[in-house]
Design a protein around this ligand. Structure first.
Ligand code: NAD
Length: 463
């Protein structure tokens, strides 16, 4: 494959040398004359383990060169990677001016480039870290400066880079995964070919999903570091070896280091998580250890309950049916069930509430379970019924709060309701009524025609 790389900094230089190692012919482009000269001498523009040898090898094989001439690079290649810098402003906004400038230049160069046998003139891949929506904007700029049509003459792929400085060459050949966001099967095929020498899982997904990933990854990495540090600070005060604690923490691959609890959805609750979270927070407080991240967890959880209330209120209908009251399916435990707070709030605002939960028999509630619910909703028996059909029939808004199988048929049986889904009960929705998810938008993949290849087993938040 013939590939041009715009930007010969850390990511561009490593990418150029590694793509040449994979057998591709690479032309680097940069506005910095010195970097262009270095590449043409078979030398790297940066210092990284293994990069000097790779550059020398690529140069000797005639697989890597560089130029400042955009047109020459675009016309001589099938794919252009954009890997220019995307610095932050003081306020944290991303400066995309370099990206837009390159897009404009590539567009101008494309205007008289002949099409290949499939009619496509060029594929552009955004490798720089950019916010969702940039791919679309780059497409508009290229269409404008080339006079060509996206999807017919050219396409833009989002292909974020996951390497780390210091181990970038190793990371390039051993990435956690290869991610390509595209709306064109031809581009997917080209990228499978480009990366066929790399063993990592190849994931092809929606463009905006691909654009979002780098930010979610890096924010989570930062969260891991800060969480580990806060745990360490508490442990130090208690004379506990924090490294032993985190080592054992990481050995739990079922609940700790796993996909579990990572499905966007409703707030957590139940008798353990809220209690134990508070206990650790208070322990830190008692020892004068500041733990802002651990403290923020409970606040964020309360916010999610308020989001649920706002979402239900925003439907503009007064008769609300709550499907599931306990903190998860298969139990009658109402203690710290987040939906109880939502119901309490809606009742206070004058909503007409009907509740169905097959496990909750008001007359049979005992102990702390009964005390909890009676303090929150003293007249619970007036709202709870075991007649699911009656709740669905008599309510305008149906709020699904857990993944009981009996709710799965709801959309087919009641085609004209408003359904508020707090737990992603359905993977896809094709509904005549109105469907709203708590932390996701349109999931009607049939309508958009786009389907992610990532397994979407959205489970309920359970613990
Ligand atoms: N450095 C990392 O570890 C890393 C890892 C993953 C992703 N990223 C992302 O990759 C992108 C590039 O990062 P970097 O560290 O390689 O940046 P960098 O500053 O080292 O390199 C950017 C290069 O782009 C060149 N450039 C600027 N305008 C140009 C133009 N119009 N045409 C051609 N070249 C131009 C610059 O001269 C420079 O050589 C950023 O979005 C960054 O966030 C960086």
């Amino acid at each position: 494959m013939k590939i041009s790389i715009f930007g010969l900094g850390y990511v561009g230089c490593v990418g150029a040398a590694c793509l040449a190692k994979l057998g591709h012919t690479v032309i680097g482009v940069d506005v910095n004359q010195k970097k262009v000269r270095l590449i043409n001498e078979g030398k790297p523009t940066i210092i990284e383990e293994g990069i000097a040898e790779l550059c020398a090898e690529a140069h000797a094989k005639g697989l890597m060169s560089a130029t400042m001439d955009v047109r020459e690079a675009v016309h001589a290649t099938d794919v252009s990677f954009i890997v220019v810098g995307t610095p932050s402003s003081k306020e944290g906004h991303l400066n995309l001016n370099y990206i837009y400038k390159v897009a404009e230049q590539i567009g101008a160069a494309l205007s008289d480039k002949p099409a290949n046998k499939d009619g496509l003139r060029h594929i552009i891949a955004i490798r720089s870290t950019v916010l969702p929506g940039t791919n679309e904007k780059v497409g508009e700029i290229i269409a404008q400066s080339s006079g060509l049509v996206r999807g017919k003459d050219f396409t833009i792929v989002s292909n974020p880079e996951f390497l780390r400085e210091g181990t970038s060459v190793k990371d390039y050949f051993n990435p956690p995964l290869t991610l390509v966001g595209t709306d064109m099967p031809e581009a997917e095929a080209v990228f499978r070919e480009i990366y066929k020498g790399i063993e990592a899982e190849f994931i092809c997904t929606d463009i905006r999903v691909a654009e979002m990933m780098k930010y979610v990854n890096n924010t989570y990495h930062a969260l891991k570091i800060v969480f580990g540090n806060e745990v360490g600070n508490i442990c130090k005060e208690l004379n506990i070896d924090s490294h032993k604690v985190m080592e054992i923490f990481c050995k739990d691959k079922q609940l700790n280091i796993s996909p579990y609890y990572f499905k966007p959805g409703f707030a957590y609750g139940g008798s353990c998580l809220p209690k134990d979270m508070k206990a650790l927070k208070t322990l830190a407080h008692d020892h004068y250890v500041e733990v802002p991240v651990i403290e923020a967890i409970g606040e964020s959880n309360e916010l999610q309950k308020r989001h649920a209330v706002q979402l239900i209120m925003a439907q503009g209908q007064r008769k609300v049916g709550i499907l599931g009251l306990s903190f998860k399916s298969g139990t009658d435990d109402l203690r710290c069930s987040p939906i109880v707070d939502v119901v309490e709030s809606l009742l206070g605002k004058g909503f007409e509430i009907r509740i169905y939960d097959k496990n909750v028999k008001v007359s049979e509630l005992t102990g702390t379970n009964k005390d909890f619910i009676m303090a929150k909703i003293p007249h619970l028996q007036h709202f709870v019924t075991d007649d699911l059909e009656a709740v669905c029939r008599e309510s305008d808004v149906l709020v699904v709060t857990n993944k009981e199988k009996e709710f799965a048929e709801l959309l087919a049986r009641y085609p004209n309701k408003t359904v508020v889904d707090l737990v992603r009960q359905w993977k896809e929705v094709d509904y005549e009524g109105h469907y709203e998810g708590l932390s996701w938008g349109d999931i009607n993949t049939n309508r958009t025609g786009q389907e992610t290849t990532i397994a979407q087993d959205f489970r309920q938040t359970e613990f």
